[in-house]
Design a protein around this ligand. Structure first.
Ligand code: SF4
Ligand code: SF4
Length: 452
């Protein structure tokens, strides 16, 4: 299959249609969380080294002020609210159980938010200055990966990419935060994409948006047409609504026809992929030197009373955000940070909102493994569903009998845990978990070999 059968672009193999479940929040504009009384900022909420505090306990800080340095590989943190700095302490973390964190208690005496006046030269910044603003703004990939954006841009430039693919697919069921961001700020996203392309050295931008978001396609297409600076062309590419359209390899193929080889990054075929919300943050960083202070996330699922898209200061308590959405229904039995396909189970709500969290999904009903799972009946559905052509059935039967080190030829190291295979398995086999077990065993074995 080509990347554009009929008018819709798509990827070549596998994938599923899990049902969008987006109706509850798609029509809801982004709403602001009332100012929290405290924010908690884990020093590590991205790949790289933890941030190093540069303000002392008891110090008053204003919203927007830098409070921790990013070091050589990370990004700085900024105060999302004005208030008084509390001591660094170990506090609950949404994915790492517990982690060293800074906290700020709201205090009006700290003063208002810092001002971020426009730099009239924002479109023509020297490369080093532009990259430094992205870094100093504390921006990480807002699609969920949370990799420091400045490092990804630097790497893309060194790899001589020629194409920037913007991810506006938002293929995860339930989530609509990127969709609402595209409707709210289409011009800023297009401008931000051009700025990213310039830093990375890309000559063209393609924005991939799933076809079930026609108004987002229209808004970004109009914004691209209205762009006054035309040295980098911007094309909006409608893609089939099919999971995992937003996975990097699948999106790159869908919009550009380029195939990213196994275990390689899109830069291997000259492509950098960025998320649309990240483009908005880059735009604000370059034009206004405004750091990343807030996060927009979808709070939804059958277990939430009032599903919403919420803009909240980083570090706000998830419990407060859920409360703002009317609370959870008594029948809620699973909480997921991110989307239901690739998100992580969330054991508690007294944890802070971190940069990489794009959704909070409250689920009801029986979970996937509550009724156990059956043997593989060799139906082949998982093989048809895997977008990478892997063999999760083969991996699963080997892991069951302890043959984890025999799983590499069946793709255990290539799996990016999209969940398509588990979703279609009639025996409810936890194929992603089997893949994870095999992958970590193979990596451990490789590490042992290279250490000896
Ligand atoms: S879908 Fe499930 S039962 Fe069917 S081949 Fe795959 S693992 Fe076996
Ligand atoms: S989770 Fe892994 S094996 Fe399963 S469909 Fe996705 S990539 Fe393939």
């Amino acid at each position: 299959m080509t990347h554009s059968s009929s008018s819709l672009h798509t990827f070549g193999r596998g994938g599923i249609h899990p049902g969008p479940h987006k109706e509850a929040t798609a029509s809801r504009e982004i709403e602001d969380l009332p100012a929290p009384s405290e924010v908690v900022l884990p020093l590590l909420q991205h790949l790289g080294e933890p941030a190093e505090p540069c303000v002392k306990k008891g110090e008053m800080v204003r919203r927007g002020q830098k409070i921790a340095e990013g070091g050589k590989t990370g990004v700085p943190l900024h105060a999302p609210i004005s208030g008084k700095v509390k001591p660094v302490d170990k506090r609950p973390h949404p994915t790492m159980a517990i982690a060293p964190s800074m906290a700020i208690g709201a205090n009006a005496e700290a003063g208002p938010e810092l001002e971020f006046p426009e730099d009239p030269e924002w479109r023509n910044l020297p490369l080093e200055e532009a990259l430094s603003r992205v870094r100093e703004a504390g921006i990480v990939g807002l699609g969920g990966a949370a990799f420091p954006t400045w490092r990804k841009l630097e790497f893309a430039r060194a790899a001589k990419v020629d194409l920037l693919v913007m991810n506006g697919a938002e293929c995860e069921p339930y989530l609509t935060s990127d969709y609402r961001v595209m409707l709210a700020w289409p011009t800023e996203i297009v401008e931000g994409s051009v700025l990213i392309a310039k830093i990375a050295g890309a000559k063209k931008v393609q924005i991939g948006v799933e076809s079930d978001k026609p108004d987002a396609i229209e808004a970004t297409t109009k914004a691209a047409a209205a762009l006054t600076q035309r040295e980098i062309p911007v094309e909006v590419v409608p893609c089939e609504a099919r999971y995992p359209q937003g996975a990097e390899k699948q999106l790159v193929f869908a919009v550009s026809g380029r195939t990213v080889p196994a275990r390689q990054l899109p830069s291997a075929v000259g492509v950098l992929v960025q998320n649309v919300a990240t483009a908005h943050a880059v735009y604000e960083a370059l034009r206004f030197r405004k750091p990343l202070l807030d996060r927009i996330l979808t709070v939804t699922g059958p277990g939430i009373v009032q599903p919403r898209n919420v803009r909240a200061p980083l570090g706000a308590s998830l419990a407060d955000i859920v409360e703002f959405c009317g609370g959870i229904k008594p029948e809620t039995n699973r909480m997921v940070a991110g989307g239901p396909m690739m998100g992580r189970a969330l054991p508690r709500l007294d944890v802070p909102l971190i940069k990489g969290m794009n959704g909070l999904v409250m689920l009801t009903g029986r979970g996937p493994l509550e009724d156990g799972f059956g043997p593989c009946i060799r139906c082949g559905r998982c093989l048809d569903a895997c977008p990478l052509g892997l063999e999760p059935d083969q991996v699963s039967v080997r892991v069951e009998v302890g043959r984890t080190l025999d799983c590499e030829p069946h793709g255990a190291l290539d799996c990016y845990e999209c969940g398509c295979c588990s979703y279609v398995c009639p025996s409810s086999r936890p194929l992603v978990q089997f893949m994870q077990v095999a992958k970590s065993a193979l990596r451990r074995a490789a590490a042992t070999r290279s250490a000896s």
